[in-house]
Design a protein around this ligand. Structure first.
Ligand SMILES: N[C@@H](CCC(=O)N[C@@H](CS)C(=O)NCC(=O)O)C(=O)O
Length: 429
């Protein structure tokens, strides 16, 4: 374990998309009736005897959501040939870093639309059939459209039966206020958005002013969301930036926390309300650990030099009390497991081939990797004798690898990722 603890320094999120799945899906019938149930199997005998975690075949049988096809996600780096695209297609940045992509992703999810995704590399090479910035959408008639806010507005008119996110021109004022409230002349870099001027750090007072003005704006319609009791395009527009600020500001300024209920109570209430938006907290939202890692990447933000107030990066965890939010998220999505813990196990199962390869490249031994992955999946899903598996060095090594390597929301949603992070913490003590 000492080796793994030593490796748990800030590492860049690299390009392997642990969570991507390239499958197509056809929706028919009533999703609620099609939801596969997690089988309540007795603990598997071999594992009980401490011999081995369940096999992949056994895990597949025990985690039925993992066999349900997910909405199509095409990673244009791994699949560079031009696909035949049909229906609504969302082009987003593949690491999950682009805040403008996040705006549109949240809008698509909040509206409950069916769409497929193309992941785009903004930092390396792209196939010739992809050009321009992220995000973009391809409408069913083949037209391409860019600019996050224009896309969100157009989604309302293209899908009038879906929840309307831009119901009133007042929403435009709330969206536009972002430009005047967030610090001016700061770099809009996706990994360190609005944190640094072009010459270096900005003053603490500028951040405080921004947070106070945001708090005031949230009071205009009575909260908890920007336009009152319902989520709107304003929340989609602001969320990616407030989310990054919440994780990254405490790294740069001692004890500067945007969701400090005593200083900015409306911001804290907004954060709580957003946490109750299933598609946001279950899939779209990034986690603190990931935002802190990207802040430390060379060449971004403060030229890769992060101020000495950086915290240890340990996640505070937000799983508690989120059962009903997860249930609401999973209800209409048969490919999503019944709990975040089981979903994390199912993600490992779906992506085991890529994960095994990547884990070995990063120091997990060939002999341990398969056993470790199956063991982590079994522990997450609560399928096996935990005392046996929790004592296995291979399981601990794989849990530590996942904790270190995971980038959220690139690889999975916040809640499943927290299940993995808390397991890794437990096994490392
Ligand atoms: N105003 C645009 C900004 C989009 C943007 O800046 N996207 C960045 C990534 S976060 C990008 O595509 N950069 C790569 C490039 O410009 O080629 C929007 O709201 O959609």
């Amino acid at each position: 374990m000492a080796l793994w603890r030593a490796r748990r320094k800030l590492l860049a999120c690299a390009a392997v998309v642990l969570g991507s799945s390239v499958r197509s899906v056809t929706f028919c019938g009533d999703p609620a009736r099609r939801r596969p149930q997690l089988r309540r199997a007795p603990c598997l005998q071999a594992a009980e005897k401490g011999e081995d975690p369940p096999s992949w075949e056994e895990l597949e049988a025990l985690l039925p959501s993992s066999a349900v096809e997910e909405p199509l996600v095409i990673d244009s780096v791994l699949q560079p040939e031009k696909p035949q695209l049909e229906g609504l297609t969302f082009f987003r940045e593949r690491n999950g870093w682009c805040p403008y992509s996040e705006r549109v992703w949240l809008a698509l999810e909040a509206k409950g639309l069916k769409y497929q995704t193309v992941l785009v590399d903004n930092y390396g090479s792209r196939p010739s059939w992809i050009s321009g910035q992220t995000p973009q959408v391809r409408w069913a008639d083949g037209r391409m459209q860019g600019e996050s806010l224009d896309i969100i507005r157009a989604l309302d008119s293209q899908f009038p039966g879906s929840p309307q996110l831009w119901p009133d021109e007042e929403v435009t004022k709330l969206v536009d206020a972002f430009k005047t409230i967030f610090p001016k002349q700061t770099r809009p870099s996706s990994r360190a958005a609005y944190l640094y001027s072009w010459n270096g750090p900005i003053f603490r007072s500028q951040f405080e002013e921004t947070l106070s003005s945001t708090d005031e704006l949230l009071g205009r319609h009575g909260g908890p969301f920007f336009f009152g009791p319902q989520i709107s395009a304003a929340d989609c527009a602001w969320a990616p930036f407030l989310e990054r600020y919440a994780a990254q500001l405490p790294c740069l300024q001692t004890d500067l926390r945007p969701y400090d209920v005593n200083r900015w109570p409306r911001l804290a209430a907004w954060c709580d309300a957003m946490q109750q938006v299933p598609s946001y907290s279950c899939r779209v939202r990034g986690d603190e650990v990931s935002w802190r890692k990207v802040l430390a990447q060379a060449g971004y933000g403060n030229d890769g030099v992060v101020s000495s107030t950086v915290e240890d990066g340990s996640s505070k965890g937000s799983e508690a009390g989120m059962e009903s939010v997860w249930a609401a998220y999973a209800r209409d999505r048969p490919y999503v497991a019944v709990t975040p813990q089981v979903e994390a196990a199912a993600r490992l199962l779906r992506n085991r081939a890529a994960l095994s390869k990547d884990a070995v490249k990063r120091g997990v031994s060939e002999a341990e990797v398969d056993h470790g992955l199956r063991g982590v999946a079994a522990l997450l899903a609560g399928l096996c004798n935990s005392a046996v598996l929790e004592g296995s060095p291979a399981v601990a090594a794989v849990a530590a690898y996942l904790d270190d390597r995971m980038c959220v929301p690139r690889d999975m949603g916040l809640l499943p990722s927290e299940a993995i992070r808390s397991l890794a913490r437990r096994l490392s003590t």
